[in-house]
Ligand binder design. Structure first.
Ligand SMILES: Nc1ncnc2c1ncn2[C@@H]1O[C@H](COP(=O)(O)OP(=O)(O)OP(=O)(O)O)[C@@H](O)[C@H]1O
Ligand SMILES: [Mg+2]
Length: 294
């Protein structure tokens, strides 16, 4: 029986790459789908380490129950459930407010079910970004400008998503910086540039650029990496995340804003843009945790 399990939905680029790098390190591992898991475990040979990937088609409660049960059985779970719960967009803002506000800026944010509160927030900022609380790839993220139709739009969004998350729009030089943090350390960063969509995500047409390339035309790219390196260990400590993707946004005034951290991050765009081996870093971290549990 394998000492490491990769638990996932579909076999993504990330799963294939990490599996490949584990293989190279000689770490015995198996890939399981969430569909193959039945609780309670009945005397299975459980692994010592689980690296799991969120599957949006599987009940979140079920996924959390599985992670909890692994943890109860003494399995090291990457990322552990409590840390994942510290990574939705509302929690990120609230954690930033309590622990990080003296270290990095974050755009003014409101999370509510009160339409009047949402309308007055929009009126005061004129232009805001709506985000679903848990999403990815820029899905559902949209710009809202204040006008007479805006209250109706906010009502529709409340009905659809059950909650309104609004964030002040920050004028920026058409890119953001994504860093991958593993064990509290930034292992790789790249810029995502998009002139066509205010969302810089690769899935929204963003183009990946090395930090040196981006920094040649916009120096604040280097400052984003410096800030990422400074706050990465703090976020690790606050959240308990073993690894995460960190998104920072430069403003046109050269200040750096925290946008979010992602407990489940893709790294295809980053590896292909920079040539850096993120999967090897993930695999080494898994091997390290495995070594600690022998
Ligand atoms: N407050 C803001 N001001 C300006 N642009 C923003 C703001 N918030 C988000 N954006 C843009 O929208 C993109 C998507 O936003 P965000 O990263 O918060 O959502 P996401 O859907 O979770 O994306 P990811 O796939 O990175 O998890 C950002 O990468 C950024 O380009
Ligand atoms: Mg993002």
């Amino acid at each position: 029986m394998s000492s490491v399990w990769i638990l996932c939905g579909k076999i993504s680029y990330e799963v294939e790459r990490v599996s490949e790098e584990l293989e190279k390190l000689g770490v015995l591992h198996s890939i399981f789908s969430w569909n193959e898991i039945t609780l309670p475990f009945k005397g299975e040979n459980l692994p010592r380490v689980v690296w799991h990937r969120y599957d949006p088609t599987v009940s979140m409660v079920f996924q959390f129950c599985v992670l909890e049960e692994f943890e109860r059985q003494g399995v090291y779970v990457i990322n552990r459930k409590e840390a994942v719960e510290n990574s939705d967009k509302a929690s990120i803002y609230l954690l930033w407010s309590k622990y990080l506000r003296n270290h990095v800026k974050m755009p003014d944010t409101l999370v509510t079910r009160d339409i009047d509160a949402a309308v007055s927030f929009l009126k005061s900022h004129r232009r805001v970004v709506f985000k679903p609380l848990a999403s990815g790839r820029g899905l559902g993220v949209q710009l809202i400008e204040w006008n007479e139709f805006a209250p109706k739009l906010l009502e529709e969004l409340l009905r659809k998503y059950g909650c309104i998350f609004l964030q002040k729009y920050i004028h920026n030089p058409n890119y953001d910086v994504r860093s991958i943090v593993i064990g509290g350390r930034v292992v790789a960063s790249f810029a995502r540039y998009n002139e066509r969509d205010f969302r810089h995500n690769i899935h929204c047409g963003g183009q990946g650029l090395k930090i040196e390339e981006m920094g040649r035309v916009s120096k604040v790219a280097f400052e984003c990496v410096r800030v990422a390196e400074q706050i990465a260990p703090m976020i690790t400590e606050i959240t308990g995340l073993d690894m995460y993707g960190l998104d920072l946004l430069p403003g046109i005034d050269n200040s750096v804003y925290l946008l979010e951290w992602n407990a489940f991050f893709g790294f295809e765009g980053l590896e292909k843009t920079t040539g850096l081996n993120v999967a090897r870093e993930v695999a080494r971290y898994i091997a390290l945790k495995l070594g600690e549990r022998r």
